[in-house]
Design a protein around this ligand. Sequence first.
Ligand code: DPP
Ligand code: ZN
Length: 872
Amino acid sequence: PSAIYLKDYKVPPFLIDKTELTFELDEATTVVTSKLHMRRNPDSTENTAPLVLDGGEDVKLVAVAMDDYVLPSGEYQLVDNQLIITATADNFVLTCETLIEPQNNTRLEGLYRSSSMFCTQCEAEGFRHITYYLDRPDVMSVFTTRIIADATKYPVMLSNGNEISRELQEDGKTSVVWHDPFPKPAYLFALVSGNLEVKNDTFVTQSQREVKLQIFTEAHNIDKVDYAMEALKRSMRWDEDVYGREYDLDIFMIVAVDDFNMGAMENKGLNIFNSSCLLASPETTTDDTYLRVEAIVAHEYFHNWSGNRVTCRDWFQLSLKEGFTVFRDQSFSADMHSDTVKRVEDVSFLKTAQFAEDAGPMAHPVRPASFIEISNFYTLTVYEKGAEIVRMIHTLLGAENFRKGSDLYFERHDGQAVTCDDFVAAMQDASGVDLTQFKRWYSQAGTPQIRVTDEYDAQSQTYQLTLQQETPATPGQPTKLPLHIPVRLGLIDESGNALSVSSSGHVSDEHLLELTEAEQVFEFTQVATKPVPSLLRGFSAPVKLSYDYSSADLLLLLSSDQDGFNRWNAGQQLAVNELNTLIEQAVAGETLSLTSNLVEGFKSLLQDASLDPAMVALILNLPSQAYLSELAQVIHPNAIKQARQYLKKQIAESLQADFAQAYQQHQVTGQYQAEAKDIASRSLKNLALSYWLESGDDAAKQVVVAQFESADNMTDQFAALSIAVHHGHDKADDLLDAFYQQWQNEPLVVNKWLMLSASREQEDAIAKVTALMEHEAFDLKNPNKVRSLLGGFGQNIAAFHQVDGSGYQFLADQILVLDKRNPQIASRLCTPLTRWKKMAPELSVKMKAELERIMANELSKDVYEVISKSLA
Ligand code: DPP
Ligand code: ZN
């Protein structure tokens, strides 16, 4: 497999103005007929280039005709899944008849079967598995789709746009035609057909147009779509209010499918969702999942403008739509709930997972310069770091100018396929802010590090901050240039009060510094007393910032910073410092002991009734195994685990009474609601329960079981179950069994059971996980189940990181099996193994050996790219 490069981009030599598709759906063979109204692209210089259409090894060409002339086999070629026609007119209609077998499509790209329905996934390059096409996002076409099927089996037949006809044919089949007036690339095409139930609603847009809203599911799930429908309406309203974006078609449909590689897909007018990201009910869905459903419904809806009306020129520009749309959905969720809580959750995820990616062998810029398989680039870097870039533009421009910029972007580029540069140009032109240097964020990989030192002069009441930035080398990028980094900060005095100070003639208790050089000094005057700096408030840039805080400084920030995000951050830093010391002790085989006053800090948090319980829970939740691994120079998984357990136990024992009390205090009464206030109480209550049980109090043991048995919602029931399982409660087995019995007919709940069971630390965990793969609840064909089981196993520290390498071997075996069926899923499963260089030496060699073993097989492009880059 070979790489393709951004620098090689050329406009397409041909365009497709209209695409007319006919699908004759059938269980054995589906016939696809396409009529492509094509012409040479006047903007292309390759005016004698042959016509090259993309296809797949699973597409069988039956006939091809140019206008009415059926091409004999000598007048076209099939090479490497491409259909090549040398002699073409300047304008013509190309007709192709192809055969596909959706029931045998295990890659879940193109048209495939999921339970009893037909559905599609075409992003990024799935359409070529349906028929021959110019499968690239800068070819935008108006689609008309005819679906022919047996309506007794497949009464619902959907595609993009509006339904324009439905008739019964002479052969007894039903023929339905859909027309989408908005030109779109093939990756936004969708088709669904099956025996589905529907929930209907309407939305009246800001210009008083009534839009029909429909959510389709299999019959047994239709009672779980109300929350998604409300979330959709909130999203539509929010996009009008905040971005002035109105929905454009008369109908908006969402379909839930069980077998889906990704979370969801923004196909024009017909979003298709992984059922795990759409269905919700209090009994079966946790708070986290409720919020996730709301965020993903919003995300896919927002793509209608940021992605569909304005799309990407090529796949190197993926972050153009994803970074912007993630920023939009993050802002939406912040507005619906608590902005500080949302920010902490997003940043915590970014620092754990995206920073690790950016420091590993697959590190790439937000706008990658090359790739082998684009599916591998639907990454945290493109999505989450991409969103941080848009957020920084928002910070640098201010809300008002940012809105002007987005208005200009949509106005300039409506109906076009554009680049990240076009996005930045609109922001720059609308605001007058120079973003030239800022654009390096798109092309430089790696997490920048900022070192901050300071000096206070009491005499002149001046305070100087020196900021140095450096971005580490990443694969293919040995040296880096300084970035344009917005650093929001405030200064506080020793009693925690905000200091109003002057910087560049501007007096305020908060300032925005713009760091553009490798090293830069910022001066503040009128600083009455030696301050403690509160740096990078709200995480104003995706960087690693270091400043030599004392524990006392961190405790001060934790208790008094005006910025809620930085209070959390100070708490995290305190815990990280303590844990790093404990990890060192564990690695050295010493007896563990605490060195800081973290426990006192936590005690006052628990007793501070003025705080949002959600924030208290977030701060008391110790830094994760994954985050500590990211921070480590060399990862010792068992030492990290031991340190976390020790610290948790110390806190639990010292604050036993406080946790028992917090547990009682934060009970939620009344009907379940997925609202910020209740979610906050449940999160603190369940965190308190986990500490309380850890303290060894027998009362807590009974409370865990009682909560499991009496809970009227999945959040509380599953929290009790996980706590019991992870603390080695003597009833853990019984509760796990009871849980499975209760929920065996709810696949999404069973997935949670699979994940928890696989993550359970036990002597013979690998054998247990192997047995789970034979369990009736498991199904290798279903990506959600694979992710649950193997994801859970990856969190099983003792089992996965067995020193004999058997955990890595088990994962490698699964990757090889899955690669034959579903390369996208197989490739995702490689991630833990790609971190081998950072592992402790005895583990590192075993991981590397498994990577080499995988590499010795015939692999998909997907897995080949990840493994070869990891070994490079
Ligand atoms: N474009 C999708 C999304 O991120 C992924 N297939 O919404
Ligand atoms: Zn997206």
